[in-house]
Structure formats: C-alpha cells, structure tokens
Design a protein around this ligand. Structure first.
Ligand SMILES: Nc1ncnc2c1ncn2[C@@H]1O[C@H](COP(=O)(O)OP(=O)(O)OP(=O)(O)O)[C@@H](O)[C@H]1O
Ligand SMILES: [Mg+2]
Length: 788
C-alpha cells in the first residue's frame, strides 16, 4: 500500500472502506493530497475537526460500537488514537467489513489498551452470517472463507493474499502450508519447527481465513503479551486472558466473539470450557492452538501440570458432544524444542487423534553463532561492559558489508559468508538463573550507562509490560531476564543472547538462544559458565522421576558446555533427534577456532580405570586374574560407593607424576572415559557429572586388550582450564585442595605434630568428637580418618 500511486478518488474510497467517514476522507485528501498514509495519519491525528479514529479498548464500550467513522470517542481515546500514527496502516489494505488498526510502536498507548482491542458489532454480525453459510456449503468445502472478494481462489492463494495484506510477506512457507492443509482437512497437527521459523502464522492465518475465532494456549504472560502486541500492529484483533490481563472486561468481550484470536493460559482455558462452547456455537472456533506444547511433557524442560490437563479440549469440543459441530475442532500443537520422547508424550497426553499430521522442519538456525566461555565474576570483569554494550568480542568481524539473511537450507558458502559480516547493532538479552541476578546485573549495567532493565516474574505487571514495550520499541539495549522472558518472544533484531550461568537444560538454552537473529542475520549466543563448578538444579517442586529427568537434562547441558571438539550447532540439533546434514555450522567457536590439540592420555586413563576396578574388587582382566598394583589392603573396598574424588586422591597419592593434574582435570578425563563407555555411574541417582564410577565390561576389555594402544582425547573445557591454571578456587578450596594432596597433607600434619599447632577454630566437631560431616572440611577429615 505504502508508496503506491493512487488517485484522490481511490484514496478516498480506500479510507471509506476502512470505515472513515466520507467527509473526513475528503477533507484529509484535500489537505494532504492523494497520499493514503498521510491521509490516514491526518485523520488519526484528529486534524480534521470531526474525524473519528480507530477504537481504543479502554474507552470503547459495547454501547457505542458503530462503524468506525461514526464513532464518537472521548478525548482521551482520541488522544490515544492520535498516537497511533501513520505506521499503523503501513501494511493495511482494508476491507469494507472490518475496522482494523495497525498499532505501531507507540510509547503513549499503554499495553493493555493495545492488547485488548475488540472488533465491532458489524464485523461480528458479518462473521456470524459467514459462519451460518458454513452449514449450507457442500460437505467437501471445509472452511467458510471470510473474504468474499477471494471467491474463486484456492485456499493457498487466499492465505497468501492475507499474508501479504496483513504481514507484508509474499507467501506461506512450505511447513506452514502443510500445517494449514492439515487444519483444512480437520486434522490435528503437531508442528515441530525451529525457533523463529514462523509457527505462529500456522494458527493466525485460520482466524483470518474463516472469520472464526482461534484460541491459542500459551504458557507465559510475556509471550501472550508479545504476540498480541504484534498482532495489533498488523491490524488483527487479539486479546489475552489470564492473570496478566489488567482489564477485567476483556474476558466477557472475548467470549462474545469480539476478538479474532484469543491467547489464554492453560489454567484459564480449563476454567472457560462452557463459555468457549458457547463461543464455538455463536461465532465458531476455527482451531485450538497449543503453543510451546513441550510444556505438556514431564520429559520436557518446562513442564506445566495444567498443560497436561488440556486433553479436556479434545473431550469437550468434538462433534459427538456438540451437535452444532460438523467436525471435531482441530488441535494444532507447536514447539521448537521437543525431543522424540517429548513428542510421543505430547500426542498421548493431549489425546490427539491417531491421524495427527506431524509437520517437521529442521531445528538448525544457520545464522546463530554459538560460543561457550568461562564466566568471570560479573562485577570484577572487564569483558562485561564492552560486550554487553554491543562491542563484539571478535573485532575483526566488524568490517563493513551488508548482512544477508539465510535459512536452514543455506549452503556452506553462504554460511561462511556470514562470518565476514559485521555483527549489526541490536538489543541483547542476558539470561540469568535467579531473579536477584536480573536486578543486580541490570543495575550494574545501568551504572555503566547501558540502557538495561530487569525482567522477572516477581516484578510488577506494569513494570514488565513497560520493559516489554520498550524492548520492542528499541528503547532498551539490554534486558536481563529469567526464563520468564524466554519462549516465543519475537523481535527481529536481537543480536546477542548471553547466558550468564548454566541453563537448566539444552531445550531451555536453545529456546532462549532462539530469540536471537530472527531477521536471519548473524547473531551470537554466548554461554558464560563457571567451567570449574558442576551446575546444580534450581529449586522447584519435582517428583522423583522429574528430578531424575531434570538431572539428566542438566547433565546434557553441562556436557555441551564442556565440549571442545564437536560443532555446537550439531550437538544442539542432534539433541532434538535430527540428523545434522551439514558436518559443521562453520560459525560456532569450535568450528571457527578448531578443537584443542589431541592428547594421548593412555597412561592416565589406565591408572584411573585400574584404581576404580581395584576398589570394586573387579578383576582388571577378563580371565579373572587380578593385578593388585592399585589395590590396597587398607583401601575402603568395603566402603559403599567410593566416589571419583577419592579415586583421584588415591591415584595422586600413589604417583607423584599425576600430582600436577588436579581434581578438575581428572573429572574431565572421567567424563571422557564415561563417554567412551568404559566406566559408568554406579549410583541409582543421576548426577550431572559421573560421581561413583564403576568399570563396564567394555572398560575391562579396553584395559586388557588395548594395553599398547594409544588413547587419543580432545581435552575438555575443564581439563584445559585446569592445565592453564586458570582456576577460580576460593582460599578455602585451596586449603581443601591442599588436604587432598598427600604431600601437602603430610607436611601439615607433621607441622602440627611438631609445633603442637592448635586446630583451626572453624574446624567444628560434632558432639561425639567425630568430624562434622555437614562441613566440607569435616567430610574430608572423616574420609581421611577412614583411609588411615
Ligand atoms: N511466510 C513467512 N514469510 C516471511 N516471514 C515470516 C513468515 N512466517 C513467519 N514469518 C516471520 O518469522 C518471524 C518468527 O515468527 P514466529 O514468532 O511465529 O516464530 P516461531 O516459529 O513461533 O518461533 P518460536 O519457536 O521462537 O516461538 C516473525 O517475525 C514472522 O513474522
Ligand atoms: Mg512461537
């Protein structure tokens, strides 16, 4: 629309089509000439005496709903409309039956007003007529199309027209087409596609095509807010219901069919089953879309028990129960992060039909550059300011050149070319594990003059809306957030995602990383993690099974961080069960910097495994013969579950040669050996890092048959960190580490004996005179006394 040459009459006609009064349209064109956008702005700015604006939610009551131009609005509403400005109509081409308002980034309109913008009675009645027609159309015509002008076009052309009209895109993507075709055939559908691929359109287009309402179940207020904000900009009436909705009247309006798309949290949809059945009868429900559907699964990263109860949708909205329905209302479930196990769980727990269509595309995001790096203490690091302010850590990228957008099928040359592109300017999201950190880091950045804001669920709703809006309006450089600002957020130019601290799973990590580079241009996803510490689970209510699963997911994430030799994108994509068709992404730190030098760690691997085998009384040899080099009559063979730390202390005690390599290094090696299948976790519990190692048969075979074979290994991140002596031990940890070193321990004990050095006062003892095993030092002492 914008930019096309129209005559004065055509502009006036279009304005009238949009619902503006004839006199306003004529006056506007007289004033600004045959310029459609300027004329709209002129009217919306209230420049022509009596011209009306688009409706505002808060001011717009059902009693004064009239055709747009005839509406009388309060001055406050008019003020808001003035703010709506010309951008509202950039993509608008208008239809005679509908009043649409493309709201734009607009600081003065409050979010709730933007979000809750009902359609008017006129449209609702037209819609009802349309839906009435549904009953008279031939059986095989599966939907009733809203736009009469589209008669004669096939559904794909209609969908493309709508896409062009509302969103400015030329055509639906092939996976969107597949999902829409399934919906048209009344089939349930599970859509698995990468973050930012455009899953939302799969359920938004049905609302535009049919005039029926689409109900979207969504897990996060921030996500519902985000989508409504966007839709209002594209002139589509949408609202969200649930605890985040500040206007109590919106729910009633929604149940009367006054919005095309209703976003709702699962708790609320379960409460609204009856009113929704009413809505299905009056205006019609085209589809139930369950967005971020991995939340259904206990095996997913963000399980929500209420999502599981959504099976009631299938039970309550089928043609058997509701006489007025010809077909069951289809379910469309969508996610970018579901492992194969999660997918099966989704289909089963939502009671989706046996004929559910599964639409799947690659999870690969070729323009995202993944990096993992050691996190320094935030407040003492010099990296923070520069990097968070948008300076790339890779200065040589900052050459001029035009960034290009690419998709999952892009060639290696195209992906390599991305490396030559400068990292464009754009906002950053920093994800931190705790709410407290969102505030402290946001404050820290603000002190440096960075426009930063905190986002976490404990902050006031109005603050969150404000942050969200400022983020979309490019008024913030950095949002420091918890997972509350994760899934689904769609802003095209986010250039950098920083995880400051370990994410809880690769699913969560990939979801959050997926906020970056949604415009297809190069973006960075950096994980700053303390590589010397094993991450721990954040507190949450979990069953025993869920705890196991949570540890498993955290462990996978830890291994991803420790990896130094495999393309990061490959690890991520394969985690979701996809065969990564490219060998490398060519962008991640591993691809760019290359793996570290491979080392032959045969000697170290052997001694570790022999000590483990000896402790468990396992023969190192398959014929049952026993080499007791590393067994020790005083060793705690009878002790339950000796842990890795003890094995390492023991081997360092026995050989000076291995002393320079500390626990951190051996921990890394143990993980590598576990990865080869030579040792396994001997505990019932799942640990993030192997803790109570036991030999496997394969390991015993390795010891016996591959004695002369080298054992080439890429040192993992913690091993490299250890060898670089770049440790972040506290003084206490140093002291403790000293105790683990037999030489230091001996010297200390000797010194104490000779000098009668009094015991350190902080060394607590339990009442019975035994070491206090609640403290690390006490536990070490207890272990030592057992070893003696
Ligand atoms: N057919 C299309 N042509 C061009 N752009 C499109 C098309 N469909 C969607 N997009 C754009 O892709 C972007 C991402 O869309 P959307 O938010 O639906 O992604 P998503 O798949 O839901 O991602 P996430 O998993 O992160 O929620 C949006 O800005 C959207 O406008
Ligand atoms: Mg989405």
């Amino acid at each position: 629309m914008a930019g096309s040459r129209l005559s004065s009459e055509e502009v006036i006609a279009k304005l009238i089509e949009m619902g503006f009064e004839n006199s306003s349209a004529v006056q506007a064109v007289k004033k600004v000439g045959p310029l459609f956008n300027d004329a709209v702005e002129y009217i919306l700015n209230g420049s022509c005496g009596d011209c009306g604006g688009a409706p505002s939610n808060s001011e717009y009551s059902t009693s004064n709903r009239k055709a747009l131009g005839k509406r009388t609005l309060s001055s406050a509403a008019l003020g808001q409309m003035r703010q709506s400005s010309i951008l509202n109509h950039f993509q608008y081409t208008g239809t005679p039956k509908r009043s649409r308002n493309n709201n734009v980034p607009d600081i003065s309109i409050s979010s709730s007003e933007i979000l809750a913008r009902p359609i008017d009675d006129v449209k609702a009645s037209i819609t009802r007529v349309d839906c009435g027609n549904l009953k008279t159309v031939p059986e095989d015509l599966q939907v009733c199309f809203r736009e009469e002008a589209d008669t004669g076009l096939d559904w794909e052309q209609r969908a493309n027209n709508l896409l062009q009209k509302h969103f400015g895109y030329s055509s639906v993507k092939s996976f969107q087409k597949e999902a829409l075709a399934a919906w048209l055939a009344h089939q349930d559908c599970l859509v698995l596609a990468a973050t930012g691929s455009g899953k939302s359109l799969c359920f938004q287009i049905p609302a535009l095509l049919t005039g029926k309402v689409v109900i979207v179940i969504s897990p996060l207020i921030s996500l519902m807010h985000d989508q409504c904000l966007k839709l209002s900009r594209y002139g589509i009436s949408a609202c969200f219901l649930g605890s985040g909705q500040p206007d109590s009247g919106v729910e009633q309006k929604a149940m009367r069919g006054m919005y095309d798309i209703i976003y709702v949290c699962p708790e609320t949809v379960l409460r609204l089953i009856k009113p929704l059945q009413g809505l299905a009868e009056s205006r019609g429900i085209a589809l139930f879309a369950i967005d971020e559907v991995h939340c259904v699964s206990k095996w997913g990263h963000d399980f929500r028990p209420d999502y599981r109860r959504l099976s009631v949708l299938r039970e309550n909205f089928n043609a058997r129960n509701l006489q007025f329905l010809k077909f069951d209302i289809p379910l469309m479930a969508l996610t970018a992060t579901a492992t194969i196990q999660v997918r099966e769980d989704i289909l089963e727990s939502l009671n989706m039909s046996k004929e559910t269509k599964i639409v799947i595309t690659s999870f690969f995001r070729p323009n995202l550059r993944f990096l993992v790096t050691l996190s320094p203490a935030f407040h003492s690091c010099s990296f923070a300011y520069g990097e968070f302010c948008g300076e790339s850590p890779h200065k040589d990228w900052e050459m001029s050149g035009l960034a290009e957008t690419i998709d999952a099928s892009s060639t290696a040359e195209k992906r390599l070319a991305l490396l030559q592109e400068p990292l464009e300017e754009g906002p950053t999201i920093i994800y931190v594990p705790t709410r407290k950190e969102t505030l402290s880091i946001a404050n820290y950045l603000c002190d440096y003059g960075v426009k930063a804001a905190a986002y976490n669920a404990s902050l006031s709703k109005s603050h969150l809306r404000q942050v969200h809006k400022e983020f979309h309006d490019n008024m913030l450089e950095v949002v420091v957030a918890t997972v509350a600002f994760g899934m689904g957020i769609d802003k095209l130019n986010v250039r950098r995602i920083i995880h400051y601290g370990w994410p809880q799973s690769l699913e969560a990590y990939y979801q959050e990383a997926g906020r970056a580079g949604r415009d297809g241009k190069l973006a960075e996803c950096i994980l700053y993690a303390n590589l010397s510490r094993i991450p721990s689970l954040l507190p949450s209510k979990r069953s025993e099974d869920q705890t196991k699963q949570a540890y498993k997911m955290l462990s996978d994430c830890f291994r991803y961080g420790m990896n130094t030799s495999c393309c990061r994108a490959k690890i991520l994509v394969e985690y979701f069960g996809e065969d990564f068709s490219y060998e490398k992404c060519l962008l991640c730190d591993v691809c760019v910097d290359g793996p570290p030098k491979v080392e032959n760690l045969k000697e170290e691997a052997d001694i570790l495994m022999q000590i483990i085998a000896a402790h468990h009384g396992q023969s190192c040899y398959l014929d049952g013969s026993y080499d007791d080099t590393y067994s020790d009559s005083k060793s705690p063979r009878l002790m339950q579950k000796p842990n890795l730390r003890m094995f390492v202390s023991k081997l360092r005690e026995q050989s000076q040669k291995f002393c320079e390599k500390d626990q951190l290094w051996w921990r890394g090696l143990a993980r590598v050996i576990e990865g080869k299948g030579y040792i396994r976790e001997g505990d019932d519990k799942i640990h993030v890092q192997i803790k109570f190692p036991q030999m496997t048969r394969l390991g015993l075979e390795f010891l016996e048959f591959e004695r002369d074979q080298p054992f080439y290994v890429y040192p993992e991140a913690d091993m490299i960190l250890s060898m670089n002596k770049c440790k972040s031990y506290s003084t206490f940890a140093d002291w403790g580490k000293g105790w683990a070193d037999p030489e230091i321990r001996h010297q200390r004990l000797e010194k104490r004996r000779l000098n009668r050095e009094p015991r350190k006062p902080r060394m607590r003892k339990s009442r019975k005179g035994k070491p206090d095993t609640r403290t690390a030092r006490g536990r070490i002492t207890a272990k030592l006394s057992k070893l003696k």
